[in-house]
Design a protein around this ligand. Sequence first.
Ligand SMILES: [Mg+2]
Length: 306
Amino acid sequence: MNSYSTFNKQKPSTLAMAILYNQELMNCDDLQITDLILDMDGVLWRGDTPMPGLVNFFDTIAQAQVGYVLATNNAAKTAAMVVEQLAEYGVKIPRELILNSAEATARYLRHNYPEMKSAYVVGEDGLVLAMTDQEFEVLNGDSFIGSKSRADVVVVGFTRHVCYPQLASAAHLINNGALFIGTNPDVSIPTEFGPLPGAGALLAYLEAATGRRPLVIGKPNLPMFQEALRLLGNKPKTTVVVGDRLSTDIAGGRAAGMKTVLLLSGITREKEVNSSSIQPACVMNDINELAEFIRSHKGPDPLESS
Ligand SMILES: [Mg+2]
């Protein structure tokens, strides 16, 4: 598992093991769907290629009045970039419905720490922008070593442009009492050259240097799912998490108390599901099967509820 938690010696508290085991596979027909938390890569597209049936899928959920949020750990892509990518594939969606781990981090901090003002950010533009949007005074640069300056929080995300003085500044501010937050736990990112260091690797470095553990927002941790639920109006019983990874989408969705659908269009093969201790409520081949399910099992009839 290429996640930051691999480095943690403590048990993952958010993933109550009791929840992960022994849940009977439910019949998909029992699923009630009013809202979806959708993963992107492996669900809506693969690399740079849209999944077949993508436009039809979004038409179907719009017709069925199913709400949705697109949630991803990838903080390097801004919401605007995702909107643009989907527009190229023929799907128009508002920016507010895209929740990457940078956005989730900024929203989580603002909701849970309304008094916080200053944030030292190790990350790329998307993270800086997300924090600024939530009215944090963003500090960065490398002039904090040895200074008496303080920050309320140090936020660390994926970046290709980090150097020792910035990491040392972050460590210095954490040692001086700043809250230590990570956007997502992925220690590596997939590239054409094989795996290269991700946000989780920077978190491991700073944890080693400071002896402090970060609170990590992204999947499979709860804050990401809580922020997605909040955006959809807090309906955990009928909000369904859809993803292609057992260890992040499915484990995290279940730990957050939601039903989950694993799609086999991404990283996970059917035989891995059978042998895994992490079981989704339902397994489907792809978004076409999910669209068909939604068509034939519409959520609450809008006429009935009006
Ligand atoms: Mg995925």
